[in-house]
Ligand binder design. Structure first.
Ligand code: G4P
Length: 526
C-alpha cells in the first residue's frame, strides 16, 4: 500500500455526449474551475463541422501539435482530476469506446431539447459493458426542452439504467429560474447574462424556507415543493454504492454555456466519483494498491507532421509507480523498454514527468513498438483485458496503385490499424486486404495518411458487406463453415476468424444453420 495516498487523490474520467450536446462547453467550464485555463474559448472543439477530410486533417494537425488536449489534468479541492477527451464525431467512435476503458467514471451530457440521441445510447452501452459509474448532466436548461420528469423516464428506458435526480430545475427556457440541489439542500437562482458564482448558492434548511417564497412567485414555489416531494416519494434515497457499481446514475440539470449548475456537478463529482480501482488482467486481478507497476496503451496519436513519423502512445497506469528511465517489460514483444521523455498533461501543457501513479495517463514516444491494448509490467506476463474492438459497418478492399511501393503500403496499413484508425482483415488463405471502418471519413483519412506519411498510393473498392462477426466454436464445425463460406471468411490482425455477412438475412440464416458456432460483434483486442 505504498502509494495509497497518491491513489486516494486521483479521479480519472471522460465527458461523453452526442455531438452538440455541450461536451466542449462543459469541459471548458471544468477547466476554468480547476484553474487549468484562464479564459473561456481556450478549449478547441474537436468537432468536425464540414465533414471533409481536409477539415479533419486540419483539426488533427492542430491537435497533433498540442497532444495535450487528449488528456487534461487539473486540481480541484485537492483532488487531481484527469479528464480524458473523446472525439464527438461518430466516425471516430471507436477511439471514444477505447478511451472509456482507461477511465474510472464518466459524465454523460444530454441536451434537454433532444433527449437521448443515437450516439448517447451507443456510448452508454459501452459504459454498461464495464459497469462504469455514470453521472448525467442535462444541459441547455435555458432552452425549452422536454419536461424533466419525461426526460428521466426516457433516460431510464433508453439507457437501461436507473436514475436519481440530485438537482432539480425551476422551470426551463426563458422562464428558467434556477436549480435546487437535492444532494446538499441548496438553491441557486438563475439570472440570464449573469453566471452563477459561489456566492449565489443559498443553503436551505428545508423546502419550507421562506427564502423560496421571497425569491420566487407562488406558482414556481409551489411547483418546486411539489416536484421535490414527488421525487422523494418516487425515487429511493440516493445510494452511492449503487452508483459506484454502475447501476444507478445521479442526474443534474443546468446550462453549461451559462456556467449554471456546473459547480454543483463538479463538487458532487469530487465527492462521489470513484478513485482508481482494481483491473482485470489475463492471469489475475491487478490490485490497484500493488507496489509493482502495470499499465496499458489505450490510444495512439499519430504525429501528422510528415517529417516525423513518431507517435504518442497513451499509457494508463493501473498499479504501482511509473518512473522515467526505468526498464519495463513490454509483454507482447517480450522485451524491456524504457522511456526518457514521458509526458504528463498537467495544466494542458506537455511536461516531462518523473513518476506517475494509478489513474494517471502518460504520453510515451513511440516509433512503432506499440499497438492498442499493449501492456507494460515489471516483468510479469499478463495483459489487461476488456479493451474492445467493435464490428465495423463499412468495408472496402484496399488496392495498391503503385506496385513499387508495396512494402510501404503494407507497413503503413499495419501501423495505421495498430493505432486503431480502422480494422484490417486479410482473406482467409489469401492475400486480399479488406479495411473495415465505422465511418466513411476514416477511409479518406487512411488514404491521405498512407500517401503523406508512407508515400503509398492506394484506392478503395466498396464491398457490400454489412457486419463483421468473430466466429468461435468446435474446430470441426468451424472448419466446415469455412469450407462452405470461404469467400466470406477473413482473419483479423491477430489471426482470429471473422465472417463477413452480406446482410442481416444472411447472418441470421448462418446463425440458424450453425448453432454450434458463436457469432459476436465485438472482440476483445486480446
Ligand atoms: P459538443 O462538444 O458536445 O459537440 O458541444 P459544444 O460544447 O460545442 O456545444 C454545442 C453548441 O451548444 C454550441 O453552440 C454551444 O454554445 C451550445 N451550448 C452549450 N451549452 C449550452 C447551454 O447550456 N445552453 C445553450 N442554449 N446552448 C449551449 P454553437 O452555436 O454550435 O457554437 P458556438 O458558436 O456557440 O460556440
Amino acid at each position: 500500500m505504498k502509494y495509497a495516498n497518491e491513489i486516494s487523490k486521483r479521479k480519472s474520467f471522460a465527458i461523453i455526449a452526442h455531438p452538440d450536446a455541450g461536451k466542449t462547453t462543459l469541459t471548458e467550464k471544468f477547466l476554468l474551475f480547476g484553474g487549468a485555463i484562464q479564459t473561456a474559448g481556450a478549449v478547441k472543439s474537436n468537432k468536425i463541422k464540414k465533414h471533409t477530410t481536409s477539415d479533419f486533417m486540419e483539426i488533427e494537425r492542430q491537435r497533433g501539435i498540442s497532444v495535450a488536449t487528449s488528456v487534461m489534468t487539473f486540481e480541484y479541492r485537492d483532488i487531481l482530476i484527469n479528464l480524458l477527451d473523446t472525439p464527438g464525431h461518430k466516425d471516430f467512435a471507436e477511439d471514444t469506446y477505447r478511451t472509456l476503458t482507461a477511465v474510472d467514471s464518466v459524465v454523460l451530457v444530454i441536451d434537454c431539447v433532444k433527449g437521448v440521441e443515437e450516439q448517447t445510447e451507443r456510448l452508454m452501452e459501452v459504459c454498461r459493458m464495464r459497469d462504469t459509474p455514470v453521472i448525467i448532466f442535462v444541459n441547455k436548461m435555458d432552452r425549452d426542452g422536454k419536461y424533466p420528469f419525461d426526460l428521466l423516464d426516457e433516460l431510464e428506458e433508453k439507457l437501461s439504467i436507473r436514475v436519481r435526480p440530485l438537482s432539480w430545475p425551476i422551470n426551463m427556457g426563458s422562464d428558467f429560474k434556477g436549480v435546487y440541489n437535492l444532494y446538499d439542500k441548496s438553491l441557486v437562482a438563475f439570472q440570464p447574462n449573469k453566471k452563477a458564482t459561489d456566492e449565489d448558492v443559498v443553503p436551505l434548511e428545508d423546502l419550507s424556507s421562506s427564502y423560496i417564497d421571497e425569491h420566487f412567485n407562488a406558482k414556481d414555489a409551489a411547483q418546486l415543493r411539489g416536484d421535490v416531494e414527488l421525487i422523494e416519494g418516487v425515487y429511493d434515497k440516493f445510494n452511492n454504492e449503487e452508483y459506484l457499481q454502475g447501476k444507478l446514475a445521479p442526474v443534474f440539470f443546468g446550462s453549461a454555456v451559462n456556467n449554471f449548475g456546473v459547480k454543483d456537478l463538479l463538487d458532487t463529482f469530487v465527492d462521489i466519483a470513484p478513485i482508481p480501482r482494481n483491473r482485470t488482467a489475463s492471469t489475475r486481478e491487478i490490485d490497484v494498491y500493488e507496489d509493482k507497476f502495470s499499465g496499458f496503451i489505450f490510444k495512439i496519436h499519430a504525429n501528422l507532421d510528415p517529417r516525423h513519423r513518431d507517435r504518442i502512445a497513451f499509457l494508463r497506469v493501473c498499479s504501482g509507480k511509473f518512473e522515467r528511465n526505468k526498464f519495463y517489460h513490454h509483454v507482447r514483444l517480450d522485451k524491456d523498454v524504457r522511456f526518457s521523455n514521458p509526458y504528463s498533461f498537467l495544466a494542458r501543457e506537455k511536461n516531462i514527468v518523473d513518476d506517475a501513479y494509478p489513474g494517471d495517463v502518460v504520453g510515451l514516444f513511440d516509433t512503432g513498438n506499440f499497438k492498442i491494448g499493449d501492456t507494460l509490467t515489471e516483468g510479469e506476463n499478463f495483459y489487461m483485458t476488456g479493451i474492445p474492438s467493435f464490428s465495423p459497418e463499412l468495408f472496402k478492399e484496399l488496392v495498391n496503385k503503385d506496385p513499387m511501393k508495396t512494402k510501404q503500403l503494407e507497413k503503413g496499413i499495419r501501423q495505421l490499424t495498430d493505432e486503431g484508425v480502422a480494422q484490417l482483415f486479410t482473406q482467409h488463405g489469401g492475400n486480399r486486404k479488406i479495411i473495415g471502418c465505422v465511418g466513411d471519413l476514416q477511409f479518406e483519412v487512411i488514404q491521405y495518411r498512407l500517401l503523406q506519411e508512407y508515400g503509398a498510393a492506394c484506392q478503395f473498392n466498396s464491398l457490400s458487406f454489412f457486419k463483421a462477426c468473430w466466429i468461435t466454436g468446435p474446430k470441426d464445425k468451424v472448419e466446415e463453415f469455412i469450407r462452405f463460406k470461404s469467400s466470406n471468411v477473413v482473419e483479423d490482425k491477430d489471426g482470429h476468424l471473422v465472417y463477413l455477412a452480406q446482410s442481416e438475412w444472411y447472418l441470421n440464416t448462418e446463425r440458424t444453420n450453425n448453432p454450434d458456432i458463436t457469432f459476436s460483434f465485438t472482440s476483445e483486442i486480446h
